[in-house]
Design a protein around this ligand. Structure first.
Ligand SMILES: C[S@@+](CC[C@H](N)C(=O)[O-])C[C@H]1O[C@@H](n2cnc3c(N)ncnc32)[C@H](O)[C@@H]1O
Length: 320
């Protein structure tokens, strides 16, 4: 994938992420690894590497196309960056293998990148027709088309309600099941059109927004992946290390909030603030996708969770 200027991912809450992970004086942070668990094209990592000349970044993403872009974008930082393909749920094993397992910072900017959402060939878009796919990791077996064509009506309705907050989920599921007996769904355009016809106009957002969000979250198992990422951060972060998580969906932000609140009560985390950090009006004007972003930060108080094996002794790192 080459960088297409019409489709760029602008890092959300960039200065706020740097301030959180770097403390009051990021330029004085002299050493350590920061894990970027959702590297994307490397926008946040580039900001962190610039602001903190002493740190290294271990960046992972599950999408090989996006990782090619990250490699190009982060190349100027040379051996201060290590990049690997992984899902959040596999990151603990990988970080230990590569000896990046005592990081001082951990970033997760969960969800999809504009570079995925805007490319019709990836099948996320209800505005531009493409294959009904939505897999960020092409090794996953189940596509959005499989779900739409194979799941029962009730299961579809529950999914649209649970993962998309779609209140007319039953109505939409019933229309899908009727339509697919004639022709199975293969394209995003056909699904978006059916949802729009079923719901009618008048909404502020495209009528298919919530159905597409629910499908994307299910295809990529986003809920389970977020929890796995939070748990791995808790297991691996150095004492005093900082976790920063950006969520774009209120349900997701609640998961982060609950995880950190329980951890804080048990003495494992200290919250950086009670309320999440939201983008400024200025940022939302510049980048409309930032509007629902919420950033939460917390400091790891005790390095080892009870369930963890001891960390390997520091030594020469393997190259990914
Ligand atoms: C919002 S983008 C991150 C953008 C990045 N912070 C930047 O500034 O360029 C989210 C990225 O996380 C990746 N991602 C989402 N869920 C993931 C998971 N469970 N494991 C690994 N990568 C994931 C996506 O493939 C996508 O590239």
């Amino acid at each position: 994938m080459s960088a297409d200027p019409s489709s760029v991912h602008i890092p959300v809450l960039g200065p706020e992420v740097v301030a959180l992970l770097g403390g009051r004086a990021p330029s004085l942070r002299t050493s350590g690894w920061i894990v970027d668990g959702t590297l994307g094209a490397g926008g946040h990592s580039a900001l962190l590497l610039k602001a903190m000349p002493g740190i290294h970044v271990f960046g992972v993403d599950q999408d090989p196309e996006i990782l090619d872009l990250a490699r190009q974008n982060l190349q100027p930082f040379g051996d201060r960056v290590r990049i690997s393909r992984s899902r959040l749920s596999n990151l603990a094993r990988l970080a230990r293998k590569l000896r990046c397992d005592r990081p001082v910072g951990w970033l997760m900017d969960v969800g999809a990148s504009s570079l995925q959402l805007d490319r019709p060939s990836r099948g996320f878009s209800f505005q531009k027709d493409g294959p009904l796919d939505m897999r960020m990791d092409p090794r996953r077996k189940v596509t959005a088309a499989d779900i739409i064509n194979d799941w029962g009506e009730e299961a579809l309705a529950d999914l649209f309600f649970r993962e998309g907050d779609e209140h007319r989920s039953r109505h939409i599921a019933s229309a899908i099941v009727r339509a697919r007996t004639r022709v199975p769904f293969k394209r995003t355009g056909a699904l978006a059109e059916l949802v729009a016809e079923t719901l009618g106009g008048g909404a502020r957002i495209h009528p298919a927004t919530k159905v597409f969000q629910a499908l994307r979250r299910e295809v990529n198992q986003e809920g389970a992946e977020l929890l796995a990422g939070l748990q791995t951060a808790e297991d691996l972060l150095e004492e005093g290390g900082v976790l920063a998580v950006i969520a774009f969906h209120s349900g997701e932000d609640q998961v982060v909030k609950r995880f950190l609140a329980e951890g804080a009560q048990a003495g494992r985390w200290e919250l950086c603030s009670k309320k999440p950090i939201a983008p400024t009006h200025h940022e939302v004007r510049r980048n409309a996708r930032a509007r629902s972003a919420r950033l939460r930060g917390a400091i790891r108080l005790r390095a080892q969770s009870a369930s963890q094996p001891p960390a390997p002794t520091p030594g020469a790192g393997a190259n990914p």
